[in-house]
Design a protein around this ligand. Sequence first.
Ligand SMILES: Cc1cc2nc3c(=O)[nH]c(=O)nc-3n(C[C@H](O)[C@H](O)[C@H](O)COP(=O)(O)OP(=O)(O)OC[C@H]3O[C@@H](n4cnc5c(N)ncnc54)[C@H](O)[C@@H]3O)c2cc1C
Length: 498
Amino acid sequence: MTSNPSSAASTYDVVLIGGGIMSATLGALLRQLEPGLSIALFGRLDDVALESSNGWNNAGTGHSALCELNYTPLRPDGTVDISKAVNVNEAFQVSRQFWSYLVESGQIASPRDFLNPIPHMSFVWGPENVDFLRRRHAALQEHPLFAGMSLSTDEGQMRQWMPLVMQDRKSGQPLAATWHPAGTDVNFGALTHRLIDLLRGKPGFDLNLAHEVEDLKPAGSNGWDVSVRAVHGGGERKVRAKFVFIGAGGGALHLLQKSGIPEARGIGGFPVSGQFLRCTNPDVVQQHHAKVYGKASVGAPPMSVPHLDTRVIDGQRGLLFGPYAGFSTKFLKQGSWLDLPRSIRMDNIGAMMAVARDNMPLTKYLIQQVMQSSEDRLKALRDFVPTARKEDWELITAGQRVQVIKKDARRGGVLQFGTEVVTGAGGSIAGLLGASPGASTAAPIMLTVLQRCFGDRLPQWESRLREMIPSYGTKLGQDAALCAQVRERTRTALQLDG
Ligand SMILES: Cc1cc2nc3c(=O)[nH]c(=O)nc-3n(C[C@H](O)[C@H](O)[C@H](O)COP(=O)(O)OP(=O)(O)OC[C@H]3O[C@@H](n4cnc5c(N)ncnc54)[C@H](O)[C@@H]3O)c2cc1C
């Protein structure tokens, strides 16, 4: 089954397209499960992790629903639905277990290079939002995955948790916050590098940076012919792969369309760009130590919830506020303005038009965001940092997200804010679309890819998977003892104390 590649090989068991966290995670998982597989990675830029996975191109929240209010919607009967929060937290525990295994087995030397403990908080104002936060806290605190969450409406307590947010605050309305010590900040760019380092230089792995995949054609039962262009000259190359993973971020939709698999037909993409304000004053940065998530404004997409984030990048503390949403027709930060028009096909135009018709509040919200002046941005920041001074913050452009548009029998088309794994051709190809909850769930998403595309080998891999991810095949939320065990093991292995 496996072939023996050399650096000039033209046939591989696995071709990974894209140098972000998703390809890196799949490559690292496959290397653990079957070291003999020949794997090639092609990335169009000069290094890995230069798009959404880069540390400064995303918020670095280890999404586990400890603070993100959009994962716990209010039901019409006034109760809080925690099912999505439980799924998101379970998924993050899978990623934590995989990373712990890599640390425990000595394959990643220092978890602090990419993962740091930062309390996760939700913060709201106004009677209705305070009531919602109370209900959310009551619903979550009973659940083993969320044990340890504190709620307070006391300004003194909140000042201890987030002095910068409370300094000079004159709200005149009720305030409430929750605080959880098990939150994390993840530098997904650093993690991508660590995972690629695991593979790089090992027999059976070819890393091809500055190589853009231009086309994919089925090669019958032999897999796929992948056409690759060397970006800095050197011409075109064709490689054959038994299995192809399209981890090209915003570029995945084009490649799935080129593959011609029926499963990609009818899918469209809606790009949403983002910007953050980054604090440039070290004295201000030192006054905050939490990720504080608020409530989204009306019409805002779920990933545009405002938050004030302590970041740890390359050993340095940082402070980000945002995101401010925007609109660009590019599908990648370093993409082309023609990305959106080029993605429109006869099979997806109906769904795209239906989404444009049905999402007027989103359109209005994006127009408002694009039209914002720097004063407007400062005003939004001052909701979180009342003492913020313009000169202490700079605007940075984040990664690009492409939301999935899918056909819908009733409405013609729907806009989705989650992640979608598209597989086809008997499991010989998989692609990842969408970006939420994103990089935090890279490991469980790649387990889905393995289940759908390597089903025949899973029985062989199962015991190894359980060794790496002890909760594999179970629901942590339904097993309090295993949940406590997993949280303790990963907390120790990943050095998340304090
Ligand atoms: C503003 C923002 C905030 C976010 N915040 C969070 C957060 O707090 N927590 C979280 O978990 N997630 C977050 N995310 C989501 C997360 O960043 C993404 O889900 C994740 O980084 C996607 O990884 P990826 O590997 O799929 O794509 P990317 O990191 O975008 O990598 C794609 C790669 O494919 C390459 N590529 C593209 N086309 C081709 C081609 N044709 N040939 C070869 N290579 C190609 C690119 O150059 C790049 O290397 C955020 C995203 C954004 C934009």
